[in-house]
Design a binder for this molecule. Structure first.
Ligand code: MN
Length: 472
């Protein structure tokens, strides 16, 4: 029994507002599907963030439709969950994946939490937000009980695990995952991660393209971008990494001013060999120079040969300032609000709620933020009876819109709760990416002002959007 595991394809992402980059994402997705068909696997699992946002463009929908039809033709079923990017948080709201259910997509959702594929149980759930951690853990445990009865089992989940995340705002610890699955088909983290866990393997295949500039460094150089082919016929699953070439190179370089001219010349030579214009991020550090002048030199030398040029400059005096600012500079806003809320109210839950509020308010999602506060309030301050009312209310709304005509296999104990309402989506689909330097700079200057004024008013000023905050 062999299957392909992929994740975080982010169809529809138009990096830096460039149509070429949007097409790159479609192109690489199609080539991943080609390769999967060539590998002749028994089925496919997609672990979320199929689309870059919860209202995908027609182009993005068609890109997936094409892939699905080709998999159908090859008689390879595909299972999927929704990630934080492609779900909608509202009672009864449907993720775009629902569109494809009738043409073969096997959507794993609260209404249909598991499927049986031969001897393999495939179960899972869509992304669950930070403040709903207890719900997530309950759900994992329910699914774990199903797995106990199965010969082979796969858990599909789109969450961040603390151990692999750079900040302190992941939803779960590694040990929160039940230990009795054979394979943990994870999504959300864009790096490639493969590890033994319990009796099986835990894998993040990573994103399929470089979605954020810093992904060009991470471990992309070592493992590439792509998917995994997993063979379940061994005691411990065998995982084969399949890297798929990206449509264009992505350079992200830090150059000492001393070596600037030499290195620029080398880059010019390198990129002249490439078939497609690369993306280029250059940071020049140290020394005493005029940034505008240097910018012109770079632009003249290679401006025409790259698709996108993003230079930044840190001459000696700026470097000095950064050292003086010290540690605060590397604190990201999510970690900061998390820490402050946790300290102030003495409980982890408050920290988690504050992250959800920040994520949503910073992109003007007032309704969603309100939803989180409501759920949180009801969970923590209502008595049990009121809580039950809340749950039964959610049952009717989620099953009326979500249940599929053929959803016969779902376990009623699992499907009858409110997870569909707890989906969370950053929807950070603005075209302009922030690199961390800009973010830090901005953060140091404006956090206090903007968080007081803009967030309280509930208006999404452009500035708050600039500090919008999803990592993945
Ligand atoms: Mn993602």
């Amino acid at each position: 029994m062999r299957f392909a595991h992929l994740s975080d394809s982010h169809l529809g992402h138009r990096q830096y507002g460039l149509l070429e980059r949007e097409n790159d994402f479609y192109d690489v997705f199609a080539r991943n599907i080609d390769k999967i068909i060539e590998k002749d696997v028994d089925f496919v699992i997609h672990s979320g963030d199929l689309f870059d946002n919860n209202r995908p463009s027609t182009e993005a929908l068609v890109a997936f439709q094409k892939a699905l039809l080709r998999l159908n033709e090859a008689k390879i079923p595909i299972y999927a969950i929704a990630g934080n990017h492609d779900t909608i948080l509202r009672k009864g709201a449907m993720p775009p994946q629902v569109l494809f259910r009738d043409i073969g997509l096997k959507l794993i959702s609260p209404d249909r939490p598991y499927y049986q594929e031969g001897a393999v149980l495939i179960c899972g759930l869509p992304y669950v937000a930070n403040s709903q951690k207890s719900v997530l853990i309950d759900r994992y445990n329910q699914l774990s009980r199903l797995a106990e009865k199965s010969i082979k089992s796969i858990l599909v989940s789109h969450q961040g695990i603390q151990k692999y995340m750079p900040d302190e705002t992941a939803e779960i610890e590694l040990s929160d995952l039940p230990k009795n699955f054979d394979y943990y088909a994870m999504g959300h983290i864009h790096n490639y991660i493969e590890e033994d866990y319990g009796k099986g393997k835990l894998v993040y295949p990573g994103s399929m393209e470089i979605w954020r500039t810093n992904e060009s460094n991470d471990n992309y150089r070592q493992f590439g971008k792509g998917f995994c082919v997993v063979d379940l016929s061994y005691d411990t699953p065998q995982v084969e990494r399949v890297a798929i070439d990206l449509p264009r190179e992505f350079y992200s370089e830090i150059i000492d001013y001393d070596k600037f001219h030499e290195r620029l010349y080398r880059i010019k030579e390198e990129i002249s060999e490439l078939d497609n214009k690369p993306m280029l991020d250059l940071t020049v550090v140290g020394g005493d120079f005029d940034s505008a002048e240097l910018y012109e030199i770079i632009q003249d030398a290679i401006g025409k040969d790259v698709l996108n040029l993003r230079p930044s400059f840190k001459p000696e005096k700026i470097l000095k300032q950064e050292i003086e600012l010290g540690k605060n500079k590397i604190l990201d806003p999510r970690s900061l609000v998390y820490k402050q809320a946790k300290e102030k109210y003495g409980k982890d839950e408050f920290g988690r709620l504050s992250i959800d509020l920040l994520d949503n308010l910073s992109v003007n999602k007032i309704d969603e933020a309100k939803h989180f506060s409501d759920v949180f309030y009801k969970e923590h301050y209502y008595d049990d009876e009121a809580n039950n009312d809340l749950n039964s209310d959610n049952v009717s709304s989620s099953s009326s819109s979500f249940s599929s005509s053929s959803g016969s296999n779902s376990a009623s104990s699992i499907s009858s709760d409110s997870l569909s309402d707890l989906n969370h989506n950053d929807d950070n689909d603005d075209n302009d990416e922030n690199n961390s330097n800009n973010l830090d700079e901005y953060f140091n200057r404006n956090l206090e002002e903007s968080s007081k004024k803009d967030v309280e008013k509930g208006s999404n000023m452009k500035k708050t959007k600039e500090i919008s905050l999803d990592n993945f």
